[in-house]
Each structure stands twice: as structure tokens, then as C-alpha cells.
Design a protein around this ligand. Structure first.
Ligand SMILES: Cc1ncc(COP(=O)(O)O)c(C=O)c1O
Length: 404
């Protein structure tokens, strides 16, 4: 498998991610990195220049007439993530969830309907219940593996919202097939691409029109940033998103734009290493007698493996597993016994984390057939043998029982 971005006549994507936004040399020298341009506003030489900038901004050009429009650091990041996703234009949001909400609010009006894969990042349902329903927008959750998508599309369906592989159990979706059905009926297709960091998966090349990422995860890569990105594939969609983006007053700080750019420079090497370590951990878990099932699409035994092999060029550091005999108390005891894995909700940083999947969240996923507790691991960049030893120690502790 190759990363599709690496082919073609232009420079490879690795090269472009490293050099995106590099400042021009002035007077024979200059810094390596993009300057952090912190400002709340922009000064102009005269009133005519201000008026011209304003008109160009209103016409949809990426020029700043005010701080909220973002300056050089923002532009460099937008260009880099647009190249990463192979899109037309990027929008920067203060969190991954804000990026998701931006897409729903941009594409849907009162009385309209969206179809949402039932295995998506669970807080999407909170956006639905607390905001979209109040606006008279209907979200309907469907099973991408079992339901007939064409039969679910209504005359007022405007958006198909997906995530592949999905949250917690990594269900791999047939994006080309689902997109073809939706787009033939004029339904816009958006997908959450956080799992792949944009490096292992190019949804815009496979039929989606909007790719969303929580840059909080792999793009940032160091657990020190909250950020979301939305990349669209066309000028028409850029205009639709830009209108709502402006109305919501969305913007990110220049320091945060800089941190995301810094993360992007090392995204491919970090992800390759996450994949190596996660594969080792996943294989160990497959052999562990305390484990009923391992969820990791790069394993040949995973139900999504064939689709993953067809559409992805690699796998991230997220591995989940179902305990074989342990009840919820034993699963909690297992997590408490871990020393190297931190206990926490996020992922995508350099460090390993563990989180028990809430049973209610698993039940939202129509393809979930298990009964035991599920633990999600984010396999970080520590020595994988140390991580495996940590897991083995924790298994031994629960095998010994509460008094052992
Ligand atoms: C798949 C996925 N999408 C989106 C988000 C939301 O990102 P943020 O935490 O930056 O709002 C998360 C966060 O965990 C996620 O896992």
C-alpha cells in the first residue's frame, strides 16, 4: 500500500507538509518556521486599501481585513491541511466538536434531515439533542453495514455524516459505495477523518465532499492543543461553510495555528510509529486468554480488514478489546492496575492512554454484538515491550482476584 498523496507530478505530500508556509528569505536570510502573527486587527496604508481588502474578503478571497479572518500563521496551516486532505479550502475551528457542529449548521436548515452512521463519535448525538432539534433539524442514525441507505434518503435529506473507522470499535465503512448512493440523490457527504490524521486515508478522493478532523488528536500530536479542521472539496461548499463560519465568529489563536503546523511536520513519522507499536500491542492482546476480541482494522481477523486494506494506507494507534470473563468491576481494576497507560479520554498524543467504553455508547453501535466490558487503548510512542509488560501485569492482577 502506498500513500496516494505521494504519487503525481508535484512534490510528495511529506515534502509539502514540511515546507508549507516557510517564510521567504529577506535580505539573504530568514527563520525556518512560520512566524506567529498575533493580532486582533489589520492596519492599512489608506482607506482605499482597507475598502479593497474588505471587498475581496466578502467575495470569498482568503485575505484578512480584521484579526478574526486570520493572518499568515492561519493561512499557512489552512494551506497545509488542505494539501493533507487533498481539498479545495480549509476552515479552522476551536475544537473537533466545533468543526463537526459547523458542518451541521452550514448544511442543514429547519425542516431538513441528515443521515448519520450510528457508530460516530458519540457527542454528535448531544449536538443533535441540545442544538439541532431545537432548530427543527432531524438527524436519523442508521447502520452503515445493514441498512439500505438509498431507502432512507428522504426528499429533505441534505447530509450524510460518517466516520471511518468509527469511534471505539473501528467499524470500517465502504465510503465509495455510501457516497455514490448519497451523491446520486444530491446529498452532501461529510466524514470524520480524525482516526487517520488525514495521512492514512483520503476521504475526499473516495467520494466524500467534506473531511473533518479533531486536530486535537494526531495533527497536534502532543496533547497540548484543542482544534478542529474542516476541509471541503469545492468552491461552492467553501462558500456555504464560510457563511456560517463568519456568522458564528469562529477563529483560532495564532499560537494554536502554529502548534498545529508544528505537529503536521512530524505527522507521517509519528503515525508510522504509532502503527508499529499498536500492531505489536494488538497481536499481544489477541494471544491473551483474558481477551475475547481485539478491534484493530489492520489485523486480518478484524471484520473491517478487507475494506481497510482497499481504502487505507495505514492504521493509527487506537486499539480496543473486549474482556473475556471480566465484569465491569474487574475491568476497572485492570485499568487502575496499569502504570504506563494514563487513564484519560483523549488520544493522538505521544503518550499511551486507556479508557473503558461506556456500555451505553457501545449500544448505540448497531454492529456491536459483544457482552463484556470494552477497553480503548491509545498506543503511544513508548517502547511497545514496556506497554505489553504493563498490560500483562494488570491482567495478572485481575487474574489473582481482589484479594490476590
Ligand atoms: C473521532 C473524534 N472526532 C471528534 C472529536 C472531537 O474533538 P475535540 O475533543 O477536539 O472537540 C473527538 C474527540 O475525542 C473524536 O474522537
Amino acid at each position: 500500500m502506498t500513500n496516494t498523496h505521494d504519487t503525481g507530478a508535484t512534490l510528495g505530500l511529506r515534502t509539502r507538509l514540511l515546507h508549507a508556509g516557510a517564510p521567504a528569505l529577506r535580505g539573504g536570510s530568514g527563520p525556518v518556521n512560520v512566524p506567529v502573527v498575533r493580532t486582533s486587527t489589520v492596519r492599512f496604508e489608506n482607506t482605499q486599501a482597507l475598502a479593497e481588502h474588505h471587498l475581496r474578503h466578502v467575495a470569498g478571497e482568503r485575505v484578512a481585513a480584521y484579526g478574526r479572518h486570520g493572518l499568515d500563521t492561519h493561512r499557512a496551516l489552512e494551506d497545509a491541511v488542505t494539501a493533507l486532505e487533498g481539498g479545495h479550502r480549509a476552515f479552522l475551528a476551536p475544537s473537533g466538536l466545533a468543526a463537526i457542529t459547523l458542518v451541521f449548521l452550514s448544511l442543514l436548515a429547519p425542516g431538513e434531515h441528515a443521515l448519520v452512521a450510528d457508530s460516530v463519535y458519540s457527542p454528535v448525538r448531544r449536538v443533535d439533542q441540545t442544538l439541532l432539534q431545537r432548530l427543527g433539524i432531524t438527524l436519523e442514525y442508521f447502520s452503515p453495514a445493514h441498512d439500505d441507505l438509498a431507502a432512507l434518503i428522504r426528499p429533505n435529506t441534505r447530509l450524510l455524516y460518517l466516520e471511518s473507522p468509527s469511534s471505539l470499535l473501528y467499524e470500517v465503512l465502504d465510503l465509495p459505495k455510501l457516497s455514490a448512493v448519497a451523491r446520486a440523490r444530491g446529498v452532501t457527504v461529510a466524514t470524520d477523518n480524525t482516526w487517520s490524521g488525514g495521512w492514512f486515508y483520503q476521504p475526499l478522493a473516495l467520494g466524500a465532499q467534506i473531511s473533518i478532523q479533531a486536530a486535537t488528536k494526531y495533527i497536534a500530536g502532543h496533547s497540548d492543543l484543542m482544534q478542529g479542521i474542516v476541509v471541503v472539496d469545492s468552491p461552492a461548499l467553501a462558500k456555504t461553510i464560510a457563511t456560517t463560519y463568519e456568522a458564528l465568529g469562529l477563529v483560532i489563536g495564532a499560537d494554536d495555528a502554529y502548534l498545529a503546523l508544528r505537529g503536521l511536520r512530524t505527522l507521517p513519522v509519528r503515525l508510522a510509529q504509532h502503527q508499529r507499536h499498536a500492531t505489536e500491542v494488538a497481536r499481544y492482546l489477541q494471544r491473551a486468554p483474558q481477551v475475547a476480541r481485539v478491534f484493530y482494522p489492520a489485523l486480518p481477523e478484524d471484520p473491517g480488514h478487507a475494506l481497510w486494506q482497499r481504502d487505507f494506507s495505514g492504521a493509527s494507534g487506537l486499539v480496543s478489546f473486549e474482556f473475556r470473563h471480566a465484569d465491569s468491576a474487574a475491568a476497572h481494576a485492570f485499568v487502575d492496575a496499569l502504570e504506563l497507560f494514563g487513564i484519560g479520554a483523549s488520544w493522538g498524543g505521544y503518550e499511551s492512554l486507556a479508557l473503558i467504553a461506556a456500555p451505553g455508547r457501545l449500544r448505540e453501535h448497531s454492529h456491536w454484538r459483544g457482552s463484556g466490558p470494552v477497553l480503548r487503548l491509545h498506543v503511544g510512542l513508548e517502547d511497545p515491550q514496556d506497554l505489553i509488560a504493563d498490560l500483562a501485569r494488570a491482567f495478572a492482577q485481575i487474574d489473582a482476584g481482589p484479594t490476590g
